[in-house]
Design a protein around this ligand. Structure first.
Ligand SMILES: NC(=O)C1=CN([C@@H]2O[C@H](COP(=O)(O)OP(=O)(O)OC[C@H]3O[C@@H](n4cnc5c(N)ncnc54)[C@H](O)[C@@H]3O)[C@@H](O)[C@H]2O)C=CC1
Ligand SMILES: O=C(O)[C@@H]1CCC=N1
Length: 280
């Protein structure tokens, strides 16, 4: 992280799963917690967040919480559900400094719908992160509006690249990226769940089966984390000709799993497009 980036004041409005993962990733990459503020709706998660050394403002106790946090920040991450994003833009608009970069992490909500509620010229970025950012192994796609300077794109990229891969993409690609990397951690966890269940069906006890499924998916993920890793080559290295894995893969192919995964990703992307029509 450059010195300029490490001095940025950051606010996270709505510190749930996703914004919580981003802020943990940024703190783990060395950002000073004293420069970080989060807002929460109720007191539930306050202690856990304050233990990180950050300032936490509670909306139910202070109706200015989001505006105060936004007023003080160089970069503001909007981490509420898609349905709440434009209202949050409207809420913080009067408090924002002209140079503050507003970054939405919400699926489906367009730059245009946020710009409609924010002051003219406000730098705004639509992003699609994923939760592995919290362990330094995330993926984020960012689409800056034309109001965002090259230096501001660099700062946000620098800020996030300590916790994962950052890709600057056209806004039109956001729904597709969301269907692969935004939702993708859930697909990997689903695979681990299904493997654990299969082990139980084969007679392993539940604890052992869950443990080996979890460790196997995590180990495979670690091998894939090498940027040169080729998933097909790694799969072939496990698959002995006429051996056991080959039979499993043949059964997967017969069951049409690749087509099912493609259909799932398409359904996720289409849902994002539908949400954009309804909300964004
Ligand atoms: N969970 C994930 O893996 C991913 C989520 N996202 C996006 O992140 C956004 C949040 O999703 P999650 O973190 O999963 O939901 P979440 O429910 O865990 O977090 C949202 C948080 O915002 C708080 N909140 C709601 N209204 C608020 C307000 N006015 N002021 C302050 N806090 C408020 C809620 O109390 C909650 O803690 C969504 O827009 C979603 O599309 C994007 C990529 C991945
Ligand atoms: O499921 C969702 O809508 C969000 C966006 C991508 C991952 N979680």
């Amino acid at each position: 992280m450059s010195e300029a980036t490490s001095n940025l004041k950051l606010s996270f409005l709505g510190a749930g799963s996703m914004n919580g993962a981003i802020l943990r990733g940024i703190l783990a990459s060395g950002h000073d917690p004293k420069l970080v503020t989060a807002t929460v709706r109720s007191e539930n998660r306050v202690d856990e967040l304050r233990e990180l050394g950050i300032a936490v403002l509670v909306n139910s106790q202070d109706e200015e919480a989001n505006r105060s946090a936004a007023a003080d920040a160089d970069v503001v991450f909007l981490g509420v559900k898609p349905v709440g994003i434009t209202a949050l833009c409207e809420e913080i608009a009067p408090a924002l400094k002209p140079g503050t970069v507003v970054v939405s992490v919400a699926a489906a909500i367009t730059l245009a719908s946020m710009q409609d509620k924010l002051p003219a010229g406000q730098p705004v970025i639509r992003s699609m992160p994923n939760t592995p950012l919290m362990v330094g192994a995330g993926v984020v796609g960012i689409s800056p509006a034309s109001t965002v300077s090259h230096a501001q794109v660099q700062s946000v990229t620098d800020l996030l690249s300590g916790s994962g891969d950052v890709h600057v993409i056209d806004e039109e690609q956001q729904n597709a990226l969301s269907a692969i990397s935004g939702s993708g951690p859930a697909y990997a966890f689903y695979l681990a769940e299904a493997m654990a269940k299969a082990g139980i069906a084969l007679g392993l006890d539940a604890e052992l089966s869950t443990s080996i499924a979890r460790a196997t998916v995590a180990g495979a993920g670690k091998m894939l984390s090498n940027p040169d890793a080729d998933p097909a080559a790694l799969r072939k290295a496990v698959t002995s000709p006429n051996g056991t894995t080959e039979r499993a893969i043949a059964a997967f192919d017969e069951g049409g799993i690749r087509a099912v995964i493609e259909a799932g990703a398409r359904a996720a992307s289409e849902r994002a497009a539908q949400l954009s029509r309804e909300l964004g």
